[in-house]
Design a protein around this ligand. Structure first.
Ligand SMILES: O=C(O)CCC(=O)C(=O)O
Ligand SMILES: [Fe+2]
Length: 349
């Protein structure tokens, strides 16, 4: 079976498209979300230089010696700053313990929305620093912050455009998702998959990032064109995915799966970077997670429930769902087994 990540040009929503042009985009998004859960987005409008600024900022930071990078660690309960190789375990976010020795060798740097970005919600006591933590910026790379912030703003714009499309694609009132994302818990995780030659047993089972679903509403994923990202298809097999030139990958998170009663897919994925001449080929990615307001309640959309599709999910707040997931991936607490766990366990290798 051939596996393809559909490409959709969203220009009609980024600029002022006609009603017909927008309807065609919304139909293509619905189809991709129902069948794959991953999409390649073209016409997103993020300038090449903004993407290159992100990539060069990552290169400059990750090139620092490990000991210097570790100066920017934060406690496991705070989803910000530097995470050294093997400090996070994505399979634990699913409740699956991995037997592999070199699982999750990625290193990452996380930034995200803080209380200062949403002064009204902070003043009203709706949000606080436990979820909306201040950023830790690496002052050893002085221009890291402006380069990464410039990309963050653009990725957020694309994520918001996507939720506008989602409302149309699901036949919901225009702007349906706006009420859930006024102070969205947004995080950009910059990932670096690289290990110095000779530090690992390359015959072992090497996984850059263990299998997982993303937790929130939608993820906008910038990835370089080095292979390694694999997506679990509905055929139960893992498939390699590489973005086309200038495409951004987009995938749905669990909250959208819950909202749509799994009509749309929160697709399992993992990263296994290639090994060339006995060395891991370096790979970079940056995932912008658009997770919604921490106190928003996500309950199954009535339009996605009928006799053939009984409701699969109880309502949950964004904060409860994300906290349980992060407790698994960052603090090593195995998440309660759920529907996604069963899918991982039934997939081959
Ligand atoms: O590196 C990639 O392409 C995927 C990263 C990812 O899935 C994540 O950060 O959640
Ligand atoms: Fe992911």
């Amino acid at each position: 079976m051939t596996f393809e990540v559909p490409a959709v040009d969203i220009t009609a929503y980024v600029q002022d498209g006609t009603v017909e042009e927008r309807a065609a985009v919304a139909r293509a998004i619905d189809e991709a979300c129902r069948t794959v859960g991953f999409i390649q987005i073209l016409g997103h409008g993020i300038a090449r230089e903004t993407q290159e600024g992100l990539a060069s900022a990552m290169d400059d930071f990750f090139a620092l010696p490990l000991e210097q990078k570790k100066e920017y660690r934060t406690p496991p309960g705070i989803n910000r700053g530097y995470a050294p190789p093997k400090s996070e375990s994505l399979s634990l976010s699913l409740g699956v313990e991995s037997a592999s020795r070199m699982n999750d060798f990625f290193e990452a740097f996380n930034i995200g929305a803080s209380t200062a970005d949403y002064p009204e919600a902070a003043a009203a006591g709706v949000i606080d620093e436990s979820d909306y933590s201040p950023n830790t910026w690496p002052d050893r790379v002085p221009t890291f912050e402006p380069r990464v912030q410039a990309y963050f703003v653009e990725a957020k714009r694309v994520a918001e455009t996507l939720t506008t499309i989602f409302a149309d694609a699901l036949g919901l009132p225009a702007g349906f998702f706006d009420a859930f994302t006024t102070h969205s818990l947004d995080v950009l995780r910059m990932n670096n998959y690289a290990l110095p030659p000779g530090t690992v047993d390359l015959d072992g089972d090497l996984t850059g990032m263990g299998e997982h679903t993303d937790y929130g509403i939608v993820t906008v994923l910038w990835a370089d064109q080095v292979a390694g990202l694999q997506v679990l298809g509905s055929d139960g097999a893992w498939h390699d995915v590489q973005p086309a030139d200038d495409a951004l990958l987009v995938n749905l998170g669990d909250l959208t799966g819950r909202w749509t009663n799994d009509r749309w897919m929160s697709t399992l994925h993992r990263v296994k970077p290639p090994i060339v001449d006995g060395t891991i080929q370096r790979r970079r990615s940056a995932a912008f997670f658009h997770d919604g307001d921490v106190e928003a309640v996500i309950a199954t959309l009535p339009s996605c429930v009928d006799e053939a599709h009984p409701n699969l999910y109880d309502p949950v707040t964004v904060g409860e769902h994300i906290a349980a997931k992060l407790a698994g991936s960052r603090a090593g607490v195995r998440n309660a087994a759920g529907r996604e766990t069963a899918r991982v366990l039934s997939a081959g290798t």
